[in-house]
Design a protein. Structure first.
Lengths: 114, 255, 606
């Protein structure tokens, strides 16, 4: 069960990175970055899992019972907020790049050669 | 293939990276044997010492509350960043507002079905958002989740009519101040215990009864501050993006 | 009332206040409040250095002390190295904010607010003792940095630089987070000390450990602009505003190196002890590659800010070498080097900023001879250039001599050569530029010759004047003076060595955090003395840099055939380097993946 999760996480990271490397549209590049981030969610979720354990909401379960790891879920929450905000910044950059150069092809915006 | 060297280098590297990733994952203990001490400690203490039943919120805003300050400020800085990067739109605000008020709507508005649905959902969205923010320490939810839900309420109004109405409904200046209050408020709440001689962000308020909205002491207050900041932040962000794309000189024909 | 949380929380609070009260605050008040906050941070960090000189302090946020020796809250572990780096950050932020006085229009209060958040994040990174907290401050630093580097949206250069910065740093950060997740899965903890204890006690010896370590440090290596992850730094620097460049080159990049060192010595050192030699070799290789590629690329630049950015990359490579030697002497040397280089580089960037504002250009050929009107700035720049060769009494001289002594003791004589090459190429480049701009030397090139960065820059000041503003000249001068004075005045060499010993005392760190007992006895630091040989060597490097600069300016001095052959060789070296730095994000990502895979395989298979 966990093995599938790890393979999915590794695959998402690599395919997202491939998307960034081969992208021809900046918005597509942003979304591929989101795919790379998704790999961290999957990895964290798989790591937090405990078999036959309820969610860490302590209503109706004994306080000493084993639950799914709450710390990992807290980390994922932070991770999601970080991703959303990084994407917002990147998209603002892209809007301005489009306005200035009229293009959103990453390979065409190459003032920094050399 | 547009960049053969790049693709070849990437393929080689990616194969290596995937191999390393999976080899590392092979070393992770199986689900039954993974160390759970942190989770168990936190479960026990969240209920006993903070009267809180949603342990994830307790971890986020109490045990590891300092992390969440950083996370909240990442949102704050990103909203500021979007404002800085989209700033021509930002700076033209007053001039365009007047022009806006004068020009009539150019195309036909949304259909009545859309208007009915979005307008009728605005109220429940706000209530639901406040509910999620307020009950963060009881059930899944909290400041971040509820804040995002609250931020969609003005968006529904935009969908019902047009950007002019969105701008009329939100008082931009108030929302900006609300965001700063939310962000600074969290830090100030942390300072309360600091002035008292305790370490920063210690939970000093009365803890209330488990299962009620006032449980968790300072946690409830922090939830509200974060909810305020996230909602305000996202509204500012939406405003900035819409202002920038809808007033784009290239797309004057859009409304 | 404990000072520990203040370096992070006060700037954050002030940033929120500046945004909320923006209409009430005039530009002068914004400047004053921001500078005051940075100055307060500097004072607090200095006090923290003094408070923790005897023993590191552990500060548990939210009063969540360890339960049964298991940490459940977030801690700051403050020792003089971390507090000292935070103090350097605050000092350079203060300089950047002072330089900003004469600067561009601020969008309401946003510039100042974002700078303060940047300050808070960098201080947080220096002081933290928790893995995820480290990640959070790292991300906050990146978000603020991206915004600041793309600040001048009127031009396309900054936007592209910011985009490359954002994508590369984010990719690295996600890989670091993967490392955190792997470590958490293995040990169930996030506190440095707890993770270290658990990893050292783990006997399974599987390959997760070195791979997780590499993933963890990969984000910080990207931030530190190590090879082959350095491409974004030059792009981000080329068009960022001058105050922001001061911070990037002066401290932000160095924080990446600090994080790698801290992670190694607070968490992984005992667990990775079997991999000592391959790890040392890997870090030395990374450092050397970074230093040499940076130095060569630096020499081939004509865009002054980009040239300085490559010189930063080169010098950070030297700092990585210092950490990679894994000895206390070399680590102390790296620390001194960070201090000296940070101040010298900041001063050089201020000079570049002065040129930009006076002449609206930082292109070496466009500015030829123009600087004759402001000779004082030329003098500052020349001094700064010699500073890059680590002349005494600058802090980086003491740093370099320590690293050199350590390298020789371990049998790595070739490291001296790397240092000398990096020093003479980077200093030579800056001297060449100084000679061309301020003395008009060298034959005229067309302003639009091929093969270099075409980023055009506009005026950054809102009230340009004939004389360089005092708010820029004075910080540049003071920073250079400070770099020369800090080691003798504060006995910094001996103290840094003592702190390096403590920094590398992993078990002492664990005991301090988890058992909170008395500190283990500190090893007495041997007196530090650079030899006459060191002084002689650095003088030689300085002269060689001058010679290289003069040769570059007057290639015909050696006779035409020699000049032509020399030119052909140089083009042969520079062209592939220039092709490598394509400015395309796709290439950077390919380099990133290839680099991580190579380094990871070296560690995993060793």
């Amino acid at each position: 069960m966990s093995t599938v999760g790890y393979v999915v996480a590794a695959w998402l990271f690599v395919i997202g990175a491939y998307g960034i490397a081969s992208s021809r549209h900046l918005v597509h590049l942003c979304l591929c970055l989101a795919v790379v981030q998704a790999s961290t969610y999957v990895l964290l979720a798989v790591i937090g899992y405990r078999p036959d354990a309820p969610a860490p909401i302590l209503i109706g379960i004994k306080p000493d019972a084993q639950t799914v790891d709450p710390v990992v879920q807290a980390l994922m929450l932070t991770d999601i907020v970080v991703e959303a905000t990084v994407l917002a910044l990147l998209l603002s950059l892209i809007v301005q790049i489009d306005r200035r150069t009229g293009s959103v092809d990453p390979d065409e915006v190459d003032l920094m050669r050399g | 293939m547009k960049h053969p060297w790049r693709t070849a280098a990437f393929a080689l590297g990616a194969a290596g990276l995937a191999g390393l990733y999976l080899a590392a994952c092979a070393g992770i203990p199986t689900a039954n044997e993974r160390p759970s001490r942190y989770g168990q400690l936190v479960n026990r203490l969240a209920l006993a010492q903070r009267h809180v039943t949603d342990v994830v919120t307790a971890v986020n805003f109490d045990f590891r509350g300092f992390d969440t300050i950083g996370e909240e400020y990442i949102l704050f800085v990103s909203v500021m960043g979007a404002l800085v990067l989209l700033r021509e739109a930002y700076q033209k605000t007053e001039r365009d507002d007047e022009e806006d008020a004068r020009t009539p709507r150019r195309e036909a508005g949304p259909s009545e079905a859309v208007q009915l649905w979005t307008l009728s959902m605005t109220g429940p969205t706000i209530i639901f958002g406040l509910y999620v923010v307020g009950h963060g320490q009881l059930s899944p939810g909290g400041g971040f989740q509820g804040g995002v839900i609250l931020a969609t309420a003005p968006l529904l109004i935009y969908l019902a009519d047009e950007f002019k109405t969105f701008k009329r409904v939100i008082s931009y200046r108030l929302v900006e101040v609300a965001e700063a209050v939310g962000a600074g408020g969290y830090v100030l709440i942390g300072f309360l215990s600091w002035f008292d001689g305790e370490p920063f962000l210690t939970n000093l308020f009365p803890l209330g009864q488990t299962g009620t909205m006032t449980s968790g002491g300072m946690l409830a207050l922090i939830n509200l501050a974060v909810g305020l900041e996230v909602a305000a932040g996202f509204i500012v962000l939406l405003h900035a993006f819409m202002q920038s794309s809808l007033h784009d000189p290239k797309s004057k024909e859009k409304s | 009332m404990d000072l520990a949380p203040l370096p992070v929380t006060v700037p954050l609070l002030m940033a929120a206040v500046l945004v909320g009260a923006a209409p009430l605050l005039s530009r002068r008040m914004l400047d004053a409040l921001a500078c005051l906050t940075a100055a307060c941070n500097l004072a607090v960090c200095t006090l923290l250095i003094l408070q923790t000189a005897a023993a590191p302090r552990v500060y548990w946020f939210g009063s969540w002390r360890p339960v049964g020796r298991f940490p459940i809250g977030i801690s700051f572990v403050i020792d003089p190295m971390g507090a000292g780096l935070a103090a350097l950050v605050s000092l350079l932020m203060l300089a950047a904010l002072v330089v900003s006085w004469a600067y561009f229009e601020s969008v309401k209060s946003l510039y100042h607010a974002i700078m303060l958040v940047f300050l808070a994040a960098m201080c947080g990174l220096c002081l933290t003792g928790d893995l995820f907290n480290l990640f959070v401050w790292f991300e906050l630093m990146s978000a603020a940095g991206v915004t600041l580097s793309g600040y001048k949206v009127d031009e396309t250069g900054p936007l592209q630089g910011a985009l490359n910065f954002a994508v590369m740093n984010t990719l690295g950060a996600y890989l670091s987070l993967t490392g955190v997740a792997l470590v958490y899965a293995k040990t169930g903890a996030l506190n440095f000390a707890q993770v270290g204890v658990a990893l050292a006690a783990d006997t399974s010896h599987d390959v997760l450990l070195p791979i997780a370590f590499l993933f963890l440090i990969s984000g910080f290596l990207v931030k530190a602009a190590a090879f082959p992850f350095h491409f974004w730094l030059a792009d981000a620097h080329a068009a960022a505003p001058t105050p922001v460049c001061i911070l990037f080159s002066g401290v932000m990049v160095e924080l990446g190196v600090y994080a790698v060192a801290r992670l190694y010595w607070a968490v992984f050192a005992p667990a990775l002890v079997a991999l000592d030699t391959p790890l040392q070799g890997l870090l030395l290789a990374i450092g050397t590659l970074t230093a040499l590629v940076g130095a060569v690329a630096c020499f081939g630049q004509r865009h002054l800010k980009r040239l300085l950015a490559f010189s930063t990359i080169s010098h950070v490579g030297l700092m990585i070498i210092g950490c990679g030697l894994l000895t206390p002497h070399a680590l102390a040397g790296s620390g001194l080097y960070v201090v000296g280089h940070g101040m010298v580089k900041a001063s050089l960037f201020i000079c570049a900023g002065i040129l930009l504002n006076r002449f609206e250009s930082v292109d070496e050929f466009e500015l030829q001879g123009a600087g004759r009107q402001i000779p004082a700035v030329g003098l500052l720049m020349a001094l700064g250039a010699f500073g890059l060769t680590s002349l005494p009494p600058l802090a980086n001289f003491f740093g370099e001599s320590l690293i050199d002594q350590s390298a020789r003791r371990l049998g790595f004589e070739w490291i001296s050569i790397v240092f000398m090459l990096a020093g003479l190429l980077t200093a030579g480049a800056v001297l060449r530029v100084t000679g061309r701009i301020f003395l008009g030397w060298g034959h005229e090139h067309e302003a639009t010759s091929r093969g270099s960065c075409k980023v055009a820059l506009k005026r950054e000041m809102h009230s340009p004047s004939r004389k360089p503003p005092l708010t820029m000249v004075l910080p540049a001068l003071l920073l250079l003076v400070a770099a020369g004075v800090v080691v003798p005045a504060a006995d910094l060499g001996r103290r840094m060595l003592g702190e390096a010993h403590a920094f590398q005392d992993t078990r002492g760190y664990w005991q301090r955090v988890l058992q909170e007992g008395p500190p283990p006895p500190q090893k007495a630091a041997e007196p530090v003395g650079p030899s006459a040989r060191d002084i002689g060597r650095q003088a030689g490097v300085a002269l060689a840099a001058l010679a290289v600069a003069l040769l570059a300016l007057f290639p015909r001095a050696l006779g035409n055939p020699a000049a032509r052959i020399g030119g052909a060789i140089l083009v042969g070296i520079f062209k592939p380097i220039r092709l490598m730095h394509s400015g395309r994000i796709g290439d950077y990502v390919a380099w990133f993946v290839l680099g991580i895979a190579s380094y990871g395989l070296i560690l995993a298979l060793a």
